[in-house]
Design a binder for this molecule. Structure first.
Ligand code: COA
Length: 258
């Protein structure tokens, strides 16, 4: 079986590629671990100056693996050893070097919220973003409860986080979630060009610039902890079980009892 997260270094640019196409790049605990480890190593490795996260031209990621949600739910209690998804989110939040994403096709759940931690995001005109947490009996994660309203204002963030309907590349561009929209087959290559430009700049200035841009986000760690606690509790509840089972069975959920 091929590796579900591919890591490839070209010069000083490390590219991490979702590679589980048969499951629409849905992310398992092992994949979160691989991503967290790669980011943490890259953060310390002077040979890596920029990281790119990409998917395929048809799909970025279908978000958290729904089977994992039911059979292997992350323990998000404060006293627990951090779950792989928690380690990944923490690695994203604290990643000190430029982080780019190249997004085509569906970017569901964490596939969209991870973009809020990226510095530059390029999207295919087929990109479809969604954060259907409430529809799944869950709540926002990945800092989206803070970062999305910060980016687009409360009402627009509520539309995306409470209604949870998909939105598309042009709207994401207008919202400021993505920097540029391109034909899907050009996005990965264009992102590499931008990544190489960043990698050629003075490393210390780059680190300082990114750290300064993030300095104001003092509430983010606390919000992410609160999100995780609520998410973990909701994941054990009846609404999440019904919603996730319904998605897997390709039927409408019935929330009349939850
Ligand atoms: N977790 C586990 N498996 C998933 C998955 C997920 N999040 N998303 C898709 N898959 C699997 C499907 O079960 C299916 O597997 P099968 O071929 O063994 O039956 C395969 O990937 C193809 O999925 P399918 O739904 O047929 O693809 P599509 O192109 O019609 O739709 C999506 C793609 C991403 C829009 C759709 O799969 C989807 O909405 N997935 C659920 C997303 C979700 O709710 N994620 C959780 C966010 S918190």
């Amino acid at each position: 079986m091929s590796d579900p997260i591919l890591a490839h270094c070209e010069g000083a640019v490390l590219t991490l590629t979702f590679n589980r196409l048969d499951k629409k790049n849905a992310i398992t605990a092992d994949m979160y671990s691989a991503l967290a480890n790669a980011l943490n190593v890259a953060a310390r490795d002077a040979g890596v100056r920029v990281v790119v996260i990409q998917g395929a031209t048809a799909v970025f990621t279908a978000g958290n693996d729904l089977f994992d949600f039911l059979s292997n739910p992350p323990d998000t209690s404060p006293e627990a050893e951090p779950a792989p998804v928690v380690r990944f989110l923490e690695a994203l939040r604290t990643f000190p070097k430029p982080l780019l994403a190249s997004v085509c096709g569906p970017a569901v759940g964490i596939g969209t919220t991870l973009l809020l931690h990226c510095d530059l995001v390029y999207a295919g005109d087929n990109a479809a973003f969604s954060m259907p947490f409430v529809n799944l009996g869950l709540c926002p994660e990945g800092g989206s409860a803070l970062l999305l309203p910060q980016l687009v204002g409360h009402q627009r963030a509520a539309e995306k986080l409470l209604l949870g309907e998909p939105f598309y590349a042009e709207e994401a561009l207008e919202m400021g979630l993505v920097n540029r929209v391109l034909p899907p087959e050009e996005v990965n290559a264009y992102t590499q060009v931008q990544a190489a430009k960043l990698a050629a700049k003075p490393a210390a200035s780059m680190l300082a610039a990114k750290a300064l841009m993030k300095l104001g986000n003092t509430k983010l760690p606390g919000v992410m902890q609160a999100e995780l606690r609520a998410f973990g509790e909701l994941l054990q509840g009846p609404a999440a079980k019904e919603a996730i089972t319904a998605v897997m069975q390709k039927r409408k959920p019935d929330f009349s009892q939850c």
